[in-house]
Design a protein around this ligand. Structure first.
Ligand code: SAH
Ligand code: SF4
Length: 446
C-alpha cells in the first residue's frame, strides 16, 4: 500500500512542477513514506533521515531555496511530534490520510511567508480519494489499486486501526475508472489493495453496497486486464461469494495471501483474531474445491505474549498441514498504544529468535518445494521488465514467482507461455515456448 500511496503522492505533486528523481542530491523535496507496523521499520526512518540530511543542506546551499524534507505515512501519523524533536530539520510531517492536501502544505512551506514547519496528522472529514488527481504516473505491466483502507478489527498486536483509521471502502465507479486508466497505461495485472481488502463494501453504480466478489466480476469486463489479485485478506471476511469467485472468475489468480498469524487457538484468541484454526482449515478446503490449483501464502508472528512451546508447535503443525508457497514471518514487537503492549508474560527474545528460525526453515523448505514442482511445467508469465543480464527479461507467474528467461525486450507487457527449467528459493528460470504472439511481434518489428 505504501508503494501505491507513494505513486499517488507523486501524482499530487506533478501539477506543482515536481517530477521523480533517483538521486537524493537533485531533490528539491524528499518524501519518506514510512511504515509503522514493526519497531524495525520505525528505526529505519531515523537512520534514513540522517543519511539524507547532508543532501538537503548541500542542495539548499547550492540553490538558495528550501529543500522540503517530509516524513509521510504511518510513522508520521503515530509519531509526528517525536519526529520533529528527534530530527528538527524535518520540514513537513503528514499522515496517510492527508496527502491529497499536499498542494496547500507545500504552499505554506515555500514562498515569501513560509512556515518553519508543518505537522498534519488529521483524519480529515473529506475523503482523500475524492481529491486525488485522475492522471496517474503509473507505468508497467503490474499495478496496485487501493480499494479499501483502515481497519476496525483491532487485533491486539496491530497499530493499523490507529494509524490508518477506521475502515473505509471506495465506491465502485471510482475504482473501475482508475483500473481503466491503469490498463490504458499498460497494466495487465492489478492487485486490489486494502488493510482488510476482503471487508470491502463499496457503493455500486446501482446505489447498493457491493462486496469484493462483485467488484472483481465487474473489473473482469475490462479488456486488456488479464490478472486480478487482492491483498491483504482476513480469514473472517472470506465469505461464500468471495470463495466462489475464485472458481467462477478466470481472471482472479489462483494465489491468495491469507494471513493466519498463529496456529494456536489460545494465541488467536489473545490476538483478538476472532476465528479458530479450524475455521482457517475450513476456508482453505472450500477454496481448493473452487480452485484446486490455488496456492496460499500467510504472515506469522512468533513470540506473542504468552506463547508457549505447545502454542508454537501448533503453528508449525498448521504450516505442515496447509503447505504454503511463500510466507512472511516476524518476531512479535510491542507497538505503543496497542493492547498487546500492556500484556504480561512476554516471550524472551532468544526464544523468539529460536522459534523464528525453526519456522522460517520449515517455510523455506515449502517454498523451495513449491518452486521446484514447477520444473518441466509450462506456465503463463507476464513479462514486466528487463532482467539483470543482457538479453534477459523478467516476469511473474500466476503465483507471483519471479521468472527469468532469454527474450527480447519487446515482450515486456506480454503474457506468454514459458517452460520452467530451473527453480531456486526465490526465482525460476525458463524458456519461452514459441507461440503465435511472439512470431507476430517479431514480424511487426521486422
Ligand atoms: N491486515 C492484515 C495484516 C496487516 S499488518 C491481517 O489482518 O492479516 C502485516 C503483517 O505484519 C501482519 O500480518 C503481521 O504478521 C505483521 N505484524 C503486524 N503487527 C506486528 C507486530 N506488532 N509485531 C510483529 N509483526 C506484526
Ligand atoms: Fe491489523 Fe490486520 Fe488485525 Fe486490522 S485485521 S488490526 S490490519 S492485523
Amino acid at each position: 500500500m505504501n508503494v501505491y500511496d507513494s505513486n499517488r503522492i507523486a501524482d499530487v505533486l506533478k501539477p506543482l512542477g515536481y517530477s521523480l528523481t533517483e538521486n537524493a542530491e537533485d531533490a528539491d523535496m524528499m518524501v519518506l513514506n514510512t511504515c509503522h507496523i514493526r519497531e524495525k521499520a520505525t528505526e529505519k526512518v531515523f537512520s534514513d533521515l540522517g543519511r539524507l540530511k547532508p543532501h538537503k543542506e548541500k542542495r539548499e546551499d547550492q540553490t538558495g531555496e528550501r529543500v522540503i524534507m517530509a516524513v509521510a505515512g504511518c510513522v508520521a501519523q503515530a509519531e509526528g511530534k517525536i519526529i520533529t524533536q528527534r530530527a528538527p530539520y524535518v520540514d513537513l510531517v503528514f499522515g496517510p490520510q492527508t496527502y491529497h492536501q499536499l498542494p496547500e502544505m507545500v504552499a505554506k512551506l515555500t514562498g515569501e511567508r513560509q512556515q518553519k514547519r508543518l505537522v498534519n496528522t488529521d483524519f480529515p472529514v473529506e475523503e482523500k480519494f475524492d481529491f486525488l488527481p485522475e492522471e496517474t504516473t503509473h507505468q508497467g505491466a503490474s499495478a496496485f489499486l487501493s480499494i479499501q483502507e483502515g481497519c476496525d478489527k483491532f487485533c491486539t498486536f496491530c497499530v493499523v486501526p490507529y494509524t490508518r483509521g477506521a475502515e473505509y471502502s471506495r465506491n465502485v465507479k471510482q475504482i473501475y475508472d482508475e483500473a481503466l486508466r491503469l490498463v490504458d497505461a499498460g497494466a495487465r495485472d492489478i492487485t486490489l489493495l486494502g488493510q482488510n481488502v476482503n471487508a470491502f463494501h463499496g457503493e455500486g453504480p446501482d446505489g447498493k453496497i457491493w462486496g469484493l466478489a462483485r467488484l472483481m466480476e465487474k473489473l473482469s469486463d475490462i479488456e486488456g486486464l488479464e490478472r486480478i489479485r487482492y491483498m491483504t485478506s482476513h480469514p473472517r471476511d472470506m465469505d461464500y461469494d468471495l470463495i466462489r469467485a475464485h472458481g467462477e472468475l478466470p481472471k482472479v489468480m489462483p494465489f491468495l495471501h491469507l494471513p493466519v498469524q498463529s496456529g494456536s487457538d489460545r494465541i488467536l484468541e489473545a490476538m483478538n483474531r476472532k476465528h479458530s484454526r479450524d475455521l482457517y482449515f475450513d476456508i482453505i478446503e472450500r477454496l481448493k474445491k473452487q480452485r484446486p490449483d490455488i496456492a496460499l501464502s500467510s504472515d506469522f508472528i512468533v513470540g506473542f505474549p504468552g506463547e508457549t512451546e505447545q502454542d508454537f508447535e501448533d503453528t508449525m503443525d498448521l504450516v505442515r498441514r496447509v503447505g504454503y508457497s511463500v510466507c512472511y514471518s516476524f518476531k512479535y514487537s510491542a507497538r505503543p498504544g496497542t493492547p498487546g503492549a500492556a500484556m504480561q508474560n512476554l516471550v524472551r527474545e532468544d526464544v523468539k529468535t529460536e522459534r523464528l528460525i525453526r519456522l522460517q526453515d520449515l517455510l523455506q523448505s515449502q517454498q523451495i518445494a513449491f518452486n521446484q514442482k514447477m520444473i518441466g511445467q509450462t506456465t503463463s508469465v507476464l513479462f514486466d521488465r528487463k532482467g539483470r543480464e543482457d538479453g534477459q527479461i523478467h516476469g511473474r507467474t500466476p503465483y507471483m514467482q519471479a521468472v527469468h528467461v532469454k527474450g527480447n525486450d519487446r515482450l515486456i507487457g506480454e503474457i506468454i507461455p514459458v517452460k520452467i527449467t530451473e527453480a531456486t528459493l526465490s526465482s525460476l528460470t525458463g524458456e519461452i515456448e514459441t507461440s503465435e504472439t511472439i512470431l507476430s511481434k517479431d514480424n511487426q518489428a521486422a
